[in-house]
Design a protein around this ligand. Structure first.
Ligand code: FES
Length: 288
C-alpha cells in the first residue's frame, strides 16, 4: 500500500470550456487518487462547511445546497463517499464500487461511476472577468458530476450581489489555498493521514432487512465490546442499506469487507473479540 503523502504531485493540466454566452470556464486539473480527493473533501465539508455550497450545474439548471452544520456522517462505503447532513445527503464515487455480497458491480459500470477527472475552475464572463470559483468532478464516461461552489467575492453576507467594483477579495483565500495544495502542489495537505482510511464496523438501520429495525442493541453491544477491548482506531456506527437486505440485523466490518447476518448482541461482542481483535471471523454468521 502506498504511504500517504501530504504533497500532491501536480498534473500541470488545464482546459478551457467555451460557453454559448461568450464566457468560458477555465479548469485546472488535479489527481483523483483517494489520498487526494478524500482530504480535499474532508477539509471543505468538515472544516470549511460554512464557506462552500454543493450542487450540480448544467445548461438550464443549477442546484445549490448549503450546510447548516458540519455533516453528521462523512464515510466511505464500497467506493462511495456518503455525506449526511440534517436536511439532505449525497453520494460520490471516489474509489471503485465493487457491489454487495450478492450483486457485484461490473468493471465497466464501476469505471463509469468513478470520479476520474477533477479540477478547480474559474468561470469568466464574456469580458474575460472571473465571476465564480469552484471544484468540478467528472465520472468515468466524461459526464459532469457534482460541483462544489467556493466563496464568491461578488456575493455579500446575505447572498446579495456586491457592486462589480467592490468585490470582497478575502473570499478568494479558500480557492487560492486549495489551488496551492491540490493543483500546484506547493502547500501541504493539512492532514498526516487519509481521513477516509479509517476502519469501522457498522450496523444497518434500514428497514428492508426487517429485524435490523432493532439495530440499537447491536450498536450498543458493538460499542461496549470495542470500548472494553480498548480499541481506539475502530469507529462503531450505523448506516443505511449494506446490500444484504435480509436476515438482519446486518453488520459490516470494513477492514476485510465482511458482512454478518442474524447478529445478536452476543454475536456482536464475539465479532469484536474474535474477528477484530483475534483475526478469526465468525463463520456461522458470515454472509453469504
Ligand atoms: S436494508 Fe439492511 S442490508 Fe439492506
Amino acid at each position: 500500500m502506498n504511504k500517504f503523502s501530504r504533497n500532491v504531485i501536480p498534473l500541470n493540466l488545464s482546459e478551457i470550456e467555451h460557453l454559448p454566452n461568450g464566457g468560458r470556464i477555465e479548469y485546472e486539473f488535479f489527481p483523483t487518487d483517494l489520498d487526494v480527493t478524500a482530504p480535499l473533501l474532508h477539509y471543505i465539508c468538515q472544516e470549511r462547511w460554512k464557506d462552500i455550497g454543493i450542487g450540480h450545474m448544467v445548461d438550464g439548471s443549477v442546484l445549490e445546497l448549503e450546510f447548516n452544520a458540519a455533516p453528521k456522517i462523512f464515510k466511505l462505503y464500497d467506493g462511495y463517499l456518503t455525506i449526511i447532513t440534517e436536511g439532505w445527503h449525497l453520494h460520490l464515487c471516489l474509489s471503485p464500487n465493487l457491489g454487495g455480497p450478492d450483486r457485484k458491480t461490473s468493471p465497466e459500470q464501476s469505471q463509469a461511476r468513478l470520479v476520474t477527472r477533477a479540477a478547480l475552475y474559474r468561470r469568466l464572463n464574456p469580458d474575460g472577468e472571473p465571476r465564480s470559483w469552484g471544484i468540478q468532478f467528472w465520472n468515468g464516461v466524461g459526464v459532469k458530476m457534482m460541483t462544489f461552489f467556493l466563496p464568491n467575492p461578488f456575493i455579500g453576507e446575505n447572498d446579495d450581489l456586491l457592486s462589480e467594483r467592490k468585490p470582497n477579495l478575502e473570499k478568494l483565500k479558500l480557492y487560492e489555498e486549495l489551488r496551492n495544495t491540490y493543483v500546484l502542489g506547493i502547500q501541504e495537505i493539512p492532514y498526516d493521514r487519509n481521513p477516509l482510511n479509517k476502519r469501522y464496523i457498522s450496523v444497518c438501520r434500514s428497514s428492508r432487512c426487517l429485524p435490523s429495525r432493532d439495530y440499537q442493541p447491536i450498536y450498543d453491544a458493538l460499542q461496549a465490546a470495542v470500548t472494553e477491548a480498548g480499541i481506539e482506531d475502530l469507529e462503531v456506527c450505523v448506516s443505511g442499506c449494506l446490500e444484504v437486505c435480509k436476515m438482519g440485523p446486518v453488520v459490516f466490518y470494513s477492514d476485510d469487507a465482511t458482512w454478518y447476518t442474524r447478529v445478536t448482541p452476543e454475536i456482536a461482542k464475539q465479532i469484536v473479540d474474535d474477528h477484530v481483535v483475534g483475526g478469526v471471523a465468525i463463520a456461522k454468521h458470515i454472509y453469504p
